[in-house]
Design a protein around this ligand. Structure first.
Ligand code: XIL
Length: 462
């Protein structure tokens, strides 16, 4: 029989209906929790799932296939560290970091920058430095590297592993720490001034439960938040063996309650209980709304820095392990929807504008000192870096007088003692930067609201 156009369209409608209802049920099954990769299943609650990547492995097809398929965030394993990016003082090398960033961008992934300042993997020249010289080199490093990657990174680990292990809750001794206890906040301020859109994180290990070390960090973050030091996130490395502390989730939550994002940044877990512990850690992040995502520290067991411990989600051949399934199942079971945050500093406008840099120099006075101001400005605020240069004789203490334009006010400062905050503001050296050899310089800085255009500075020995 010949089909009429009416019966044809009826048949077409019927099969379209069948296809549609089948299609709908398939779609529903997927969105109801059967995402099949780590990245896609984490995305169901607004989170990322990342891995550390080594630039040298980007030619390994097994490695790259898993990377492209499973992960939505990348942390360069070594390529953005100080020894890699500034092997000689003032000479920057972004080859490895850029390679990873390009790989990420071209495959639609984001990047966590790691790490601007860390007492390990300092280049040899920095290891041999101390005091105000080192402080200057540190801040320059932060500014230069953060400027190179400006606008391109999800977040930066601005400072890595600055707290001591054990029961003190104190800072770890290092040449960085010996430049003055304010080095961490100075680094965060410099990073924010250089790249206003990257979230700025403090990152550490052995901080996975409530303990003396994590409480020391908690107190620092609380203090930073109360004083307007720009910090947006705290990274928990989570290099675990056999178990996670029972208060893992509660610890994440207490940091989240300070108003910072929390991230699991270098997850790897050894021991026979591996799969279960991976599940526990994943569920803890999912239960904390401000936990933005998890990153594992490598792809295959053979890629791990913990040689022989097999702490990752894929075996040496790239096969999924039981730990992988535990993570995937936990992600697919869902959790709180994460609330994305944007970096904000109380004294910084929320809409980043392109900073402009201007420099004012006063005439050097022989035998005395001179001061020059370099300004990083945005709409409504600025960071001023003041360079104090000794004249023909060494300084053993200095005072700088700055005159701020009407409407400008200092909100925070580093590397100098401050008197006043509007109009004429005077500055005195601190203990570690009063001595400056003839012709040499040291720097201090401050952040302010309003416009800093036209600030003048004059220096006198004291
Ligand atoms: C490790 C890398 O995985 C190794 O390749 C390198 O030799 C040493 O550093 N905490 C961190 C990471 O913040 O940068 C470290 O990465 C592991 C511990």
């Amino acid at each position: 029989m010949k089909m009429t156009s009416r019966s044809l369209s009826r048949a077409a409608l019927a099969s379209a209906f069948l296809a549609t209802s089948l299609g709908v049920s398939l779609v529903l099954a997927t969105s109801a929790g059967a995402a099949t990769t780590l990245g896609a299943s984490a995305a169901q609650t607004g989170r990322y799932f990342g891995t550390a990547v080594s630039a040298g492995k980007l030619g390994d097809s097994t490695y790259v296939n898993i990377l492209n398929r499973e992960f939505t965030m990348i942390t360069p394993e070594n390529e953005m560290k100080w020894d890699a990016t500034e092997p000689n003082r003032g000479q920057f090398n972004y080859t490895g970091g850029d390679r990873i960033l390009n790989q990420a961008v071209s495959t639609g992934k984001r990047v966590r920058g790691h790490a601007l300042l860390w007492y390990q993997q300092e280049p040899g020249w920095a290891q041999r430095m101390e005091g105000s010289d080192l402080r200057q080199a540190m801040m320059n490093h932060v500014t230069q590297v953060a400027t190179h990657y400006k606008g391109k990174l999800y977040s930066w680990d601005v400072v890595n592993e600055a707290f001591a292990d054990g029961g003190s809750g104190a800072r770890r001794d290092s040449n960085l720490q010996r430049t003055g206890n304010d080095w961490i906040e100075a680094a965060f301020r410099a990073a924010r001034a250089a790249d206003p859109s990257a979230k700025l994180c403090y990152n550490d290990y052995n901080t996975d439960g409530v303990n003396a070390k994590s409480t020391g960090i908690y107190n620092m973050v609380r203090d930073f938040k109360s004083r307007g030091v720009p910090i947006d996130c705290v990274g928990f490395q989570s290099h675990l063996t056999n178990s996670a502390p029972g208060d893992y989730q509660a610890n994440l939550q207490r940091f989240a309650d300070l108003g910072v994002e929390v991230q699991i940044t270098e997850l790897d877990i050894s021991g026979s209980n591996q799969a279960a512990v991976y599940g526990t850690v994943t569920r803890a992040c999912l239960a904390v709304a401000r936990c933005a995502g998890l990153t594992v520290w490598g792809i295959r067991d053979s890629d791990s820095w913990r040689t022989g411990e097999n702490p990752l989600l894929f075996d040496g051949s790239g096969n999924k392990k039981a730990a992988y399934n535990a993570v995937l199942d936990a992600l697919n079971a869902g959790g709180t929807t994460t609330t994305p945050t944007t970096p904000t500093t109380p004294t910084t406008p929320t809409t980043p504008t392109t900073p402009t840099t201007t420099t004012t120099t006063t005439t050097p006075v022989p035998g005395d000192c001179s001061a020059s101001v370099s300004l990083n400005s945005w709409n409504g605020g600025f960071v001023a870096t003041v360079k104090v240069t000794a004249g023909s004789t060494a300084l053993d203490g200095w005072r700088v007088t700055t005159v701020l334009p009407a409407g400008a006010a200092v909100t925070s400062a580093w590397n100098a003692g401050q008197t006043g905050s509007t109009g004429t503001v005077t500055w005195a050296n601190v203990t570690y930067n009063g001595t400056v050899a003839a012709g040499q310089s040291t720097e201090f800085g401050f952040q302010g609201t309003g416009s800093g255009d036209g600030i003048t500075a004059a220096c006198a020995a004291s």
